[in-house]
Each structure stands twice: as C-alpha cells, then as structure tokens.
Design a protein around this ligand. Structure first.
Ligand SMILES: Cc1cc2nc3c(=O)[nH]c(=O)nc-3n(C[C@H](O)[C@H](O)[C@H](O)COP(=O)(O)OP(=O)(O)OC[C@H]3O[C@@H](n4cnc5c(N)ncnc54)[C@H](O)[C@@H]3O)c2cc1C
Length: 461
C-alpha cells in the first residue's frame, strides 16, 4: 500500500490551514480532510451577535500572513474572510476535501502508514496532523430548574445567528465569560430589553479597539518593506501577554487593584462589589476583553444582575434573591465542552485510550507514532504557540527524510493534571484532558527554548 501524500491534516480551521502552509513550505505534500462544507472552523461556525476574537489580531493572525488593520480585535466575519484569503493565496483549497468527516484513524507499524476512514472514503498518508479543534459539537447547557416549563425560547449562543433580531422581546443573556461580554453590547441593539445574568462575576477589561501608535508604526514599516517590523511587534505583544499573565498570577492583590480601578469610576462602589468582583484571582481564568460594554451599560442598553437562578417560570426567570426577570428569549452564553479528539485512534488494531494522555510540548502525544496535534496557548493568541510547534513538526519530518527514518514517536507516560488556567470548561473536562509536558506554557520562552528541535527528544525508527 502507498500514500498519495505525505501528510493528512484533519480540519480546515486555523490549525489545519497553518499546518498546510508549514508542511508545503517544508516540502511535504498534504490533503486536508474537513467535515464541514467550508473552511474557518470556529470562525465559520460561531455566528452569534458580537462574535469576535479577544486577542490582538495582528498577533493572532498567522505569522506568515499577518493581518494589518487600524482595529486591534476583529469580528468573526473578518476573521473568516481572512482565513479564506489565506487559503486562496497559498493555493490550499484544491487540497481540501470538504464534507469528509474523519471517523477513525489507524496506524499500521509494519506498513508505516495511517489509514483514515471518513464519511467520504479512505485516505492514506505517512503522517497525521490533527487540527480537529478542541470543542465538542454540542455546547455546555446547564440543567436549570424549570427549563422544561418555560414558554419562551432558549437558545445557546453556539446556535444563535447574528442575523436574528428580537423586536419587542425581553431577552436574558446567561453567562459572564468572554462570550457574554462580547455578545451583550451587540444583542442589546436588537431586542426590547436585555439583562446579562451572571451567577458570579468574571474579570472584564474594556479596550477602545483602536490600534496603538506602535502597532500603526510597525504596520507602516511592514508596508514600506522593512523586514522584521511586524515580527518584532508580534514578539513584543506576546512578551507583554506573558508578563501580564505572570505578574497577575504572582501578585493577585496588584491585579485585583488594577481591575478595581478599571471599573470603580464607571459603575461605583456598590455595583463594583456586586457585579465586577470575581471570587477567583485574575488570570486563573481567561480575562474577557470588552468593546463598547461600558458605553452600552452607561446608556442603559442592557443591565447586569448577579444572582443564582431559582427557577424558570412560564414567561420569566425567578432569581434566588427574589427578583423576577421578564423573559421571552433566554440566550445561554454558558460555554462549550472541551474535546480534543473527535474520532477514534488505533495503532496496530488496538484502540488508544486518549483520556489523560501525555502531550509533549503541545505537539505529540504519548505512544501514537507519526502523529502531531499542534496546540496553541491557553492564555494568549492560539497561533503564538501553534506556528512554532508546526515548524518543529516540519523540522522532525525533515530530519526523518534526511536520515531515512519512517517512524517518530514519544513514549506514553502517566502525568498528573496541572492546567495553566482553571475556568469551568477546563475543570469539567479535567480528568480526560491531555497532560501537557515539556513546556512552560509561556510562548515567549517556549518559542525560543522548547520548540527548538533536538533529535534526542524523540524515538526514530
Ligand atoms: C468565539 C470564539 C472566540 C475566540 N477568540 C480567540 C482569541 O481571541 N484568541 C485565541 O487565541 N483563540 C480564540 N478562540 C479559540 C479558537 O478556537 C482558536 O484560536 C483556533 O481558532 C482553533 O482553531 P482550530 O483549527 O484548532 O479549531 P477549530 O476552529 O475548531 O477548527 C476545527 C476544524 O476541524 C473540523 N473537524 C472537527 N472534527 C473533524 C473530523 N472528525 N473530521 C474532519 N474535520 C473535523 C471542524 O469542522 C473545524 O473546521 C476563540 C474561539 C471562539 C469560539
């Protein structure tokens, strides 16, 4: 048996497209298998009001094709369009098999080949790059008392389309994480009233979204053909992210004071305590970045309640503090479920137990040969670790090509779970999550140290 290409890439989201670029650049042929009918991953599928990134897009866009703009954060549609442009520019579309959902991937050690079974037939390659994302198809929907008897509509943001409006309707948006914070100011424009209902507060940081002087200068230099201007900017922004992360984690009192100052003048002492003072410390969970949140709140376009739900009633939500919120439509911004492997994996006919598997540098997993699973960073822009990891994968393949090796792997090991951040979606899945090793989980350091190729770190055959 032989393969028609070197690498099969699963998924045509940001990870799959970045993998395609780096593999082609390294001289390796590839096919992308994508379950959906279009590329873009989450930037195709998340269509709710206000869906956007919260990482500076000049840093979150690909290093090989940075996105230039006067705005820091970009809406979903622009990111989706950008990914389409990247695919066109680098001739990726002809390598994508849309509508091919991977069901099973089996490695045969004797043949040194992956056979990938999909809804559109079988494909073979020597190497597999898994870019299937890390969210399950179905989002997290908490079981709230009385939901079944509610007479209005309940819709999760994952199933909400920004084209919808709710004229004359009272909408309650449940959640306090990044999704709720992005969604509230926009959803407020298309309904009669909006309440953002949170069980407990999150840290929210409001920005004005205009690119700063340094970003504009670097972009001007880049346009003028000055090499390295944007690379330096992106490295600087990453360093800033990592330093903020470390400082907030190391000095929580300083971090709490920072957020207090950020909100006190805007909302006053009482609302600050009630709605903007989380139980946990900054950067134990991702910090939600807001645009236009303060202005819409000030304008009364929406209001916030912090309370537990007692039960849903026919046309309202009763809170444990006794308040009753009129509600025609309840939008759940209650988050997603994590799922790192979206299909079955086998080696020599034996299914691999994927729960708690060791995850070396966020690139290779224990005991699965010729398999790469490039992962980004939790606390910063995904691409900042993704691309160095992909360059490492290419370096490994080049080493194998030059030395005549066919198989690369790392051993399976038992490790304790030690997540870098601890939001609900991580804690809910903790027992099953891959266990990261061989990285400090700080891209500024990892990109210099951990993603450097050392042949001795891998087993070649
Ligand atoms: C609303 C939102 C905002 C975000 N904002 C940021 C941000 O600001 N910064 C940041 O760093 N990250 C952000 N993220 C995280 C984001 O998920 C990652 O940054 C990144 O886009 C993940 O890309 P991916 O290609 O790995 O996964 P996905 O985008 O999930 O793409 C996976 C692809 O694989 C396909 N697929 C899945 N299973 C199969 C299968 N079995 N067979 C074939 N194809 C399959 C899917 O259809 C999909 O196209 C955000 C996520 C969301 C939802």
């Amino acid at each position: 048996m032989h393969a028609d290409r070197d690498v099969i890439i699963i998924g045509a989201g940001m990870t799959g497209l970045a993998a395609a670029y780096h593999m082609a650049r390294g001289g390796f042929s590839y096919t992308i298998l994508e379950a959906a009918g279009d590329l873009g991953g989450v930037w195709r599928s998340h269509r709710w009001h206000g869906a956007r990134c919260d990482s500076d897009f000049v840093k979150y866009s690909f290093g090989f094709r940075p996105h230039l703009s006067d705005s820091c954060l970009q809406p979903r549609e622009k990111i989706h369009a950008y990914l389409g442009d990247v695919a066109d520019e680098f001739g990726m579309r002809r390598h994508i098999r849309f509508g091919a959902r991977v069901l099973r991937a089996a490695f045969d050690t004797r043949e040194r080949l992956w056979t990938v079974s999909t809804s559109a037939g079988e494909f073979r390659a020597r190497f597999l790059v898994n870019g299937n994302g890390y969210f399950a198809d179905e989002p997290y929907v908490p079981a709230l008392p009385g939901m079944g008897g509610f007479g209005g509509e309940i819709v999760h943001t994952s199933h909400l389309d920004a084209g919808r409006s709710f004229p004359g309707q009272h909408v309650v948006l449940i959640g306090s994480g990044a999704t709720a914070v992005c969604c509230a100011p926009e959803l407020a424009r298309v309904c009669k009233s909006l309440v953002m209902l949170q069980r407990s507060p999150s840290y929210i940081y409001e920005i004005d979204n205009r690119a700063g002087a340094l970003v504009r200068l670097a972009q001007r230099l880049h346009r003028a053909g000055v090499p390295g201007a944007l690379t330096a900017l992106r490295a600087g922004l990453q360093l800033k992210d990592d330093l903020v992360f470390l400082t907030f984690r190391r000095f929580p009192a300083v971090a709490r004071a920072f957020f207090r100052r950020h909100w006190l003048r805007e909302v006053g002492e009482r609302a600050l305590r009630e709605h903007f003072t989380p139980r946990y410390n900054p950067w134990e969970q991702r910090i939600a970045v807001a645009i236009g949140f303060k202005a819409q709140l000030r304008r009364g376009a929406f209001s916030i309640r912090t309370a537990e739900i007692e039960r849903f009633e026919r046309s309202s939500i009763r809170l444990k503090n006794g308040e009753r919120l009129p509600c025609d439509v309840c939008v759940l911004a209650t988050g997603l479920n994590l799922r790192f492997f979206n299909f079955a994996l086998e080696v020599d006919g034996r299914p691999i137990a994927l729960e708690g598997i060791n995850f070396y540098k966020g690139l290779m997993v224990g005991g699965i040969p010729n398999y790469f699973h490039p992962m980004g960073s939790w606390h910063s822009a995904w691409t900042q670790r993704l691309e160095p990891n992909l360059r490492l994968a290419v370096r490994i393949l080049q080493h194998m090509r030059s030395r005549g090796f066919d198989v690369v792997s790392i051993p399976r090991r038992e490790l304790a779970a030690a997540p870098g951040i601890t939001p609900g979606y991580v804690m809910r899945a903790l027992a099953t999550l891959p266990r990261l090793e061989g990285t400090r989980d700080l891209p500024s350091i990892d990109n210099v140290v951990a993603s450097r190729f050392r042949a001795a770190s891998f087993a070649f055959a």
